[in-house]
Design a protein around this ligand. Structure first.
Ligand code: ARG
Length: 457
């Protein structure tokens, strides 16, 4: 047994066992929510004063103490006690030390159950706002690289087999659009979590005249809970945030994987900047795309956090259960992980040089023009299935070495000399005109739509 004085010591004869404390304490990880915890208490105490549960002098004593605690936390001079089970306990203990008797009124009409839910919502709300900025920054980097790419093109792939030539800018913007959906999901998630649970108490609200709407307003929440049981049980916002970040991580992993492929000798489409690459301890010639590999790898961790936390929540009876303390570590780690990954990948993409000659040389394979040849026949009135057959036969003969694609196209009555022009470098990307398609012409509109999106806010 330790002699730590717990929040519930009145009901207990002995102190907590060391093993209990070691397992139970969340302070090591929830102390990073100190600012949110203090903000929640400031709002709560202000409201308690307004409804007459605390006198003016008491309110100002507690507010002064809260500001002092904030200053100590910021300065790193706050001294934690063995009994500080979590950040809520620590702040309340110190406020009581500083403010004396009025400090003991801080917890009036409030439980750590509504308090922790409030703190965590405030914390996530702030993080989502700053992550939105990082995503925007990365989108702008992709746009800058797309602008710099000019009319460069590369083979587009399906099944990782060369399919049709596509503009490099189109390929880069494809990732930008996926990030736009991530942003949209973040905003959506933020909107849903912007509900104050403060005032729900342990689970049932209070017999005291507290004003949950007032604390919600003071904390800048968009709305206030309707059901106290739900308010303290709800961790949807944690799961949703982890899902949004996991999917964002999946998107980053796909960008990472492409950079890995493109930087390989076999592809030779990209040269990585030294500052964003690593070397080998043994092989002097190596330059490795570690950031891209970590972007690929970190997605596994983000997915794991989501899956693990859903398993924790599954089957929990209403309302608060200590299992729910397991929300914080994976959530914090998801946010930290995605932040680092976004920053590093952004730097990597910004500093990558695309080897457009190699890209073009691969995309200029006459076989890559096969679909455009078939569409040329369609434009002349041939049903697509027949056109596919005609061009397929030409490809087969060329692959068998009977003649070159150009010779076979010229010799085919339905195609002829005019169609040979489709085999010219870059012909495909100049011909493609459909909206959103991989052609230089539709790219103009797409790029401007994307530009105005990322310029906003
Ligand atoms: N540290 C706890 C958590 O993170 C705070 C809530 C504690 N509530 C309780 N009834 N023990 O979930």
């Amino acid at each position: 047994m330790t002699d730590a004085k717990t929040l519930w010591h009145g009901r207990f004869e002995g102190g907590p066992a060391e093993a209990l404390q070691a397992l139970n304490d969340s302070l090591p990880f929830d102390r990073r929510m100190y600012a949110e915890d203090i903000a929640g208490s400031v709002a709560h105490v202000t409201m308690l004063g307004e409804v007459g549960l605390l006198g003016d002098a008491e309110v100002s004593a507690v507010l002064d103490a809260l500001h002092e605690v904030q200053a100590e936390m910021e300065a790193g001079s706050f001294v934690f006690a063995a009994s500080d089970e979590d950040i809520h306990t620590a702040v309340e203990r110190r406020v009581t030390e500083l403010a004396g008797a009025p400090g003991a009124k801080l917890h009036t009409g409030r439980s750590r159950n509504d308090q922790v839910a409030t703190d965590l919502r405030l914390w996530v709300r702030g993080e989502l706002d700053s992550l939105q900025e990082l995503i925007r920054t990365f989108q702008r980097t992709l746009l800058a690289q797309a602008d710099a790419a000019g009319e460069a093109y590369l083979p587009g792939y399906t099944h990782l087999q060369q399919a049709q030539p596509v503009p490099l800018a189109h390929h880069l913007l494809a990732h930008g659009w996926a990030l736009e959906r991530d942003l949209d999901r973040l905003r959506d998630c933020r909107r849903r979590l912007d509900v104050s649970p403060l005032g729900a108490g342990a689970l049932a609200g209070s017999s005291l005249p507290i004003d949950p709407e007032r604390t919600a307003a003071l904390l800048g929440f968009g709305s206030v809970f309707d059901n106290s049981l739900d308010a303290v049980s709800d961790r949807d916002f944690v799961a949703e945030t982890m899902f949004v970040l996991a999917l964002l991580g999946v998107h980053l992993s796909r960008i990472g994987e492409e950079l890995i492929l493109w930087a390989s000798t076999e592809f030779g489409f990209a040269t990585l900047d030294d500052g964003f690459s690593t070397g080998s301890s043994m092989m002097p010639q190596k330059k490795n795309p570690d950031i891209a590999e970590l972007a690929r790898g970190k997605a596994g961790r983000l997915i794991g956090h989501l899956g693990g936390f859903l398993a924790t929540l599954k089957g929990l009876p209403l309302t608060y259960n200590k299992d729910m303390q397991e929300d914080k570590e994976p959530l914090f780690d998801s946010v930290d992980t995605i932040r680092l990954t976004l920053l590093a990948l952004d730097g990597m993409v910004a500093s990558t040089t695309f080897v457009t000659e190699t890209m073009a040389a691969q995309a200029d394979s006459p076989y890559a023009a096969a679909t455009d040849l078939a569409e040329y026949l369609v434009a002349a009135g041939m049903p697509f299935r027949d056109a596919h057959g005609v061009v397929g036969a030409i490809v087969r003969k060329a692959l068998a070495g009977e003649a070159t694609m150009a010779e076979l196209v010229a010799a085919e009555p339905a195609l002829g000399a005019d169609a040979v022009a489709l085999l010219a470098p870059g012909a495909g990307v100049r011909r493609r005109i459909s909206r959103g398609g991989a052609g230089l012409q539709p790219l103009v509109d797409q790029r401007e739509r994307f530009r105005s999106l990322v310029a906003a806010d």
